[in-house]
Design a protein around this ligand. Structure first.
Ligand code: B3K
Ligand code: ZN
Length: 898
């Protein structure tokens, strides 16, 4: 691609308000097999706030066939507007006008799954961020909010269900076996929240009475075969509606709320006003087909999309640089909801593990960007862990700094002040500042500076003065857009552990804010590059428990003694830090092991470290006060992905071997504890997807995992037995995963039987078949790449379906490091080549999925020289192609000089 034709970045600094407002948007969709005709009648008014180009209007449009355009009922000639592949521009316009635009589109040929497309015979839409422009010419920007009316006509037999946003106002029969429906959405919204669905769907229905007494109809639309898998989503929806009233005082605002499940979907779900469209994987759940993680995901995504009705729809984003305004806040809201529905500490551990593994890696790589980025080439590339998960951490920090009451006042003010508006992250922070009287100016750096701050902690105990001081030094490594970082405003929730538990805290020269701190935990606020806090009347040298609950998204460094970690692990009142201490302790042992010349004989010092870890884990297993889910997490070693994130140069094989070795040692040492956990478990108990049920299964399956590592085939037989007898997918998958990953002839035979049986049993269930692909793609044994390639030819594989692509190719490239990065002679660089070939294929078919799949190759700088060269060569090969903006942006940024 020549540099002149290379896509150019869009800059936040260039934002200008729209020249025209669209008061009303009346759409008619005539759905026919070979094409869809879209008629858009727009009522426009000059924007009184517009400063430039006041008489010209840019309508976005892409891949549209323009049939006609009329201004105030007069059809325009081609000389009266300019049109290119991306927009249609009109100039010399009056201050009030109507436009009637007729376009034709071809949903059946749309493989990008953006705009109007077909999934298994169903018509559906995905408009966020910029998909509406693939439906009709329109000012497709979130600060243009309009009142939509949508009329749909289609064949009555094949498309009996016709849906759009808002309330159904009319429906009826038409000639030629066709029918129509008209929907009106009374709430102004940007085009990205528009949705349309037409197809042969069944539904389950329920009701919710809001606290002001309005009755809301709730419907979940699915294919008839899936009606038995909707109850969990419906329960989750009702719980979310109730929770948002209780916790945020937010009620639902239309008479009906609909969810539609579709099989071909680029992401999890979409919060279209009153008509959420979901990936089937985020709606359908029943114990026989869905794992516990799947159940939790359904609950979280249903809640997330529902919560967007306020944080996203009623109050939306001014421009796409503000994406985290709605996404970060909504992730924070759904995380708090899940915490309230299940176990708060466990939810926090899961979220932090994800953040530290994947978001920190993003922050440390070539695609690093601020929570409010300053530029982008393709906005679809910015639906990232940074915008979502780190964005949620920023909201969490605001809640920590303000305390729960002020935070709620701030969110009330934000919603009331900006209802019906398109606003910025600054507006959000301003509402928090206004209610609390706090200066959050420095806090806003979190939105504009990318990168993960690093905090070095050191301490000093003065036993004569009975004073204990903690010194914090913060810094932040450079990232592509910002090299020089100013200090962040960081809340560090801290406690001090004495021999008898948490010590009372008396902080010198600092009034304690009782909103955010209690007697044994205090929120220290770092604002400078270096800062010291002195605690008084400390009668013994304490063990510091810093960053409780992971109160800020930072990398914390403190040289704990091994004994300190063991103390924190067994006695910290903060559950998160108990888990964190177990991970720190294990990480040290893993690092020691990675230094060993050979794992056949390890040094005495490493042996001692292993023994200490095993002792500590033994106490964890015996601690009857601990939630079984916590025990399971504390027994689970840091993942290869997390160890890799922490490494300067990732030694794929050493990490894998050290982790395998240590798991084996733990299995031997704690065998009797694991046997007793496994035997104690009531294998006959009925499945429940609640916190207790999930916790019990997770501990039992962690025990089985360790037992399967013993050199004792009876445990392999137990895995097979568990697989065969399982009445739920969690237990079946846990056992199957062990069989597939165990390098032993008996396990291989049993794995083959189980995999055959699994496919035979579940071939009619696409979501279960995806799990079947994933368990094979994730296999750590050699020859997995060959198996993955073979599975691509399997009749159940569909190279256009994003769920299938993620299940097979995504899992192999992201979750199977030893195989993806294989360097042995026959397979050297084959994983990289395989992925690059897929990306080149998908670049044309579905650019969003192609760009997303690139992630593992973008990390090339973190590997050894040989791997770097091989990975880079594949990126360069991709760059030779004619690329979509999506893929171009990721590849070019990955190859840019650091
Ligand atoms: N807002 C959508 C994401 C849209 C992604 C567009 N490429 C789902 C969500 O975050 O709720
Ligand atoms: Zn969202």
């Amino acid at each position: 691609m020549s540099s002149a034709s290379q896509p150019q970045p869009i800059l936040l600094a260039n934002y200008t308000v729209p020249s025209y407002l669209v008061l009303k948007t009346d759409l008619t969709f005539d759905l026919h097999d070979d094409q869809t005709r879209v008629t858009a009648l727009l009522t426009l008014q000059r924007n009184p706030q517009a400063v430039t180009d006041v008489d010209s209007l840019v309508l976005h449009g892409s891949e549209l066939e323009l049939e006609s355009i009329a201004l105030d009922d007069r059809v325009l000639t081609a000389a009266e507007y300019q049109v290119d592949g991306e927009s249609l521009t009109l100039t010399g316009l009056p201050s009030q006008l109507t436009l009637r635009i007729v376009t034709r589109i071809k949903p059946h040929l749309n493989t990008s799954l953006e705009g109007l497309y077909q999934s298994r015979g169903l018509y559906c839409t995905q408009c966020e961020a910029e998909g509406f422009r693939k439906i009709t010419y329109y000012p497709d920007r979130p600060d243009v909010m309009s009142e939509f009316t949508t009329r749909i006509t289609a064949d009555r037999q094949r498309y009996p269900v016709l849906l759009s946003n808002g309330n159904l106002v009319e429906q009826g029969e038409l000639d030629g076996g066709r029918h129509f429906a008209v929907w009106h959405d009374p709430f102004k919204k940007p085009a990205y929240l528009f949705a349309l669905v037409a197809g042969d769907l069944s539904f389950i229905e329920n009701h919710f009475v809001t606290r002001s007494g309005r009755d809301v109809t709730l419907r979940i639309y699915v294919e008839a075969k899936d009606l038995d898998k909707c109850d969990h989503a419906m329960d989750s929806l009702k719980n979310s509606m109730h929770w948002d009233e209780e916790v945020y005082g937010r009620e639902y605002d239309l008479d009906i709320f609909m969810i539609v499940a579709v099989d071909d979907f680029n992401m999890g779900a979409m919060e279209n006003k009153g008509l959420n469209i979901f990936n089937t994987s985020c709606v359908l759940a029943k114990p026989e087909t869905t794992t516990d993680v799947g159940f939790q995901r359904v609950e979280a995504v249903v809640a997330h999309e529902y919560f967007h009705n306020w944080s996203g729809n009623r109050v939306t984003c001014r421009d796409w640089f503000q994406l985290s305004l709605k996404e970060g806040f909504t992730v924070y809201r759904d995380a708090e909801f899940s915490a309230d529905m299940g176990s708060r500490t466990v939810k926090r551990i899961e979220d932090v593990a994800l953040l530290r593994t994947l978001q920190f890696a993003e922050d440390g790589g070539p695609m690093a960007h601020a929570v409010r980025p300053a530029s982008y080439i393709e906005i679809s590339n910015f639906y990232t862990l940074t915008i979502y998960e780190k964005g949620a951490e920023l909201v969490r920090m605001l809640a920590t700094l303000l305390g729960p009451e002020k935070f709620r006042e701030g969110s009330d003010l934000y919603f009331d002040r900006h209802d019906g508006q398109a606003v910025t992250t600054d507006d959000f922070v301003q509402a928090m500042a206004d209610v609390s009287g706090r200066d959050l100016g420095q806090f806003k750096r979190w939105y504009s500076q990318a990168g993960t701050p690093r905090i070095e902690v050191s301490d000093h105990y003065d036993e004569d003065a009975l004073e204990y001081s903690l010194t914090f030094r913060q810094s932040c490594p450079p990232t592509p857009e910002n090299t020089n970082k100013q200090p962040f405003h960081i809340p560090v929730k801290t406690g001090l552990l004495g021999t008898a538990g948490d010590l009372p805290l008396r902080l010198k020269d600092h009034p304690v804010d009782t909103e955010t701190s209690d007697n044994t935990s205090i929120v220290l606020e770092l604002t400078e590059a270096e800062q010291t806090f002195v605690f008084q009347q400390v009668h013994e040298k304490p063990v510091p428990s810093v960053l409780r609950g992971f109160s800020a998204p930072v990398k914390l460094h403190y040289s704990w003694q091994r004994e300190d970690l063991i103390t924190l692990m067994s006695r910290d009142s903060d559950g998160f830090n108990r888990w964190e201490a177990s991970q720190q302790l294990a990480l040290r042992v893993l690092h020691d092991l990675m230094q060993e010349a050979s794992l056949a004989t390890v040094s005495a010092a490493t042996e001692e470290a292993i023994a200490a870890l095993i002792d500590a884990l033994q106490s964890v297993v015996q601690d009857e006060t601990l939630d079984p889910a916590m025990v399971a997490y504390m027994l689970t070693l840091p993942t290869e992905a997390y160890i890799s994130e922490l490494a300067t140069v990732i030694d794929v094989d050493a990490i894998h071997q050290a982790r395998q070795y240590l798991q084996g040692r733990i299995a031997h040492a704690l065998k009797s504890a694991f046997v007793s956990i496994y035997q104690r478990y009531d294998h006959q108990q009925a499945y429940r997807a609640d916190a207790r049920g999930i916790a019990d299964r997770s501990l039992k399956n962690t025990a089985l995992h360790y037992l399967s590592l013993l050199d004792d085939e009876s445990w392999i037989e137990t895995c097979y037995e568990q697989y065969r007898a399982a009445s739920n997918m969690t237990d079946a998958m846990a056992a199957l995963t062990r069989l597939v990953n165990t390098d032993n002839p008996l396990a291989a035979t049993l794995a083959e039987n189980a995999l055959d049986n699994f496919y035979q049993r579940w071939q009619q269930e696409p979501l279960v078949v995806n799990q079947w692909f994933s368990v094979q793609a994730g296999c750590n044994l050699p020859d997995t790449l060959a198996q993955v390639k073979k599975l691509q030819k399997h009749p159940a594989f569909d190279s256009r379906n994003p769920n299938k692509i993620r299940a097979l190719i995504g899992v192999f490239c992201n979750n199977n490091a030893v195989n993806f990065h294989r360097l042995d002679e026959q397979q050297q660089g084959q994983g990289y080549r395989f992925l690059a070939d897929e990306i080149i294929r998908l670049n044309k078919q579905n650019p969003q999925i192609a760009a997303r799949l690139l992630t593992p190759l973008t990390k090339w700088r973190k590997y050894d020289e040989t791997r770097q060269q091989l990975m880079k060569a594949e990126l360069q090969r991709i760059l030779q192609e004619e690329l979509s903006r999506d893929v171009y942006e990721v590849v070019s940024k990955s190859l840019a000089e650091a």
